[in-house]
Ligand binder design. Structure first.
Ligand SMILES: *[C@@H]1O[C@H](CO)[C@@H](O)[C@H](O)[C@H]1NC(C)=O
Ligand SMILES: *[C@@H]1O[C@H](CO)[C@@H](O)[C@H](O)[C@H]1NC(C)=O
Length: 272
């Protein structure tokens, strides 16, 4: 029998490969409730399953444990896993806490369009919806709103010297997130190297290890203007290496001197 425990053990063996870094663990206490909600024959039955009125509330200021966190801030997401009351309703919400000079790095949502409302600060957003479509940039003042169509690559950057806050609504209870740099550089090294031209597998190795976790620190210009020193950033959200995307044995990125925190201390140079 493929029991719940063997599923847990299997998930542990597979590490974080299956779980997107921005998603909460799949073994949350809400799991069995979400399962019951998904099996409920009617919306009325779902309301009955959510017997306590408190199950219809979610506090974005008090859910740091489920947040996607980096050196630049955090994204807190109320989705089917963290807020089961959305099950069956096709909606989710995120709140972005962007510290001064920080960025929600380029990503897509595989299952939802996002509408983003800017609460305070000024947030610059950028987006590309598909091949051949032009790049779109916005600068959102407090009260401003923009839209990121499902599947579009987009980012949000706070270039102010104060923290900024945004609220995003999604038309899916499970919008998902796919970080462009972390996922691309976690593909098979020969494919990544060939995609980038002729830089070679050696130059590719080490690139994914220096990508900072989301929310990341933003531009040098902002940091200088605001008098902020670029901190060391965690780099844990990279793609797990399995046999399919492992580096060929013998390949070492010797040109990449990295410190213990995984930050680059040297620019890459193409090995001869
Ligand atoms: C409803 O949930 C709240 C918060 O979790 C809890 O304090 C309260 O005891 C619950 N009420 C019932 C009737 O279960
Ligand atoms: C925006 O609101 C957050 C939360 O109250 C606060 O921490 C931050 O300083 C505010 N930023 C600005 C620019 O007012």
């Amino acid at each position: 029998m493929f029991s719940f425990m063997s599923a847990v053990v299997l998930a542990a063996l597979l590490g974080s490969t299956l779980a997107a870094p921005s998603s909460p663990a799949t073994s949350s206490p809400a799991d069995s409730l979400v399962g019951q909600l998904r099996l409920a024959p009617t919306a009325e039955a779902r309301v009955a399953l959510l017997a306590n009125d408190s199950q219809f509330t979610f506090n974005f200021f008090d859910n740091a444990d489920t947040a996607t966190t980096g050196a630049g801030g955090k994204i807190v997401l109320a989705n089917a896993a963290t807020f089961p009351a959305v099950v069956g309703n096709g909606a989710a919400m995120a709140v972005g806490f962007l510290d001064a000079c920080s960025m929600n790095t380029p990503h897509t949502h595989p299952r939802a369009t996002e509408i983003q409302f800017n609460v305070n600060g000024t947030i610059r957003t950028g987006m590309i919806t598909e091949n051949n479509a032009r790049f779109i940039m916005t600068e959102l003042k407090p009260g401003g709103m923009t839209i990121f169509p499902e599947g579009s690559i987009h980012f949000q950057i706070n270039e102010g010297c104060e923290p900024a806050l945004f609220v995003s609504g999604f038309n899916s209870e499970d919008p998902g997130a796919l970080q462009v740099a972390q996922r691309f550089l976690g593909l098979s090294p020969d494919i990544v190297a060939a995609t980038l031209g002729d830089i070679g597998v050696e130059a590719v190795e080490g690139l994914d290890e220096i990508i900072p976790d989301n929310v990341a620190i933003g531009t040098d210009e902002c940091l200088q203007r605001c008098g902020i020193t670029r901190p060391t950033q965690p780099t844990l959200q990279r793609q797990t290496r399995v046999s399919g995307n492992a580096f060929p044995s013998g390949v070492t990125a010797s040109v990449w001197a990295t410190n213990s925190a995984g930050s680059a201390s040297a620019k890459p140079t193409k090995s001869a």
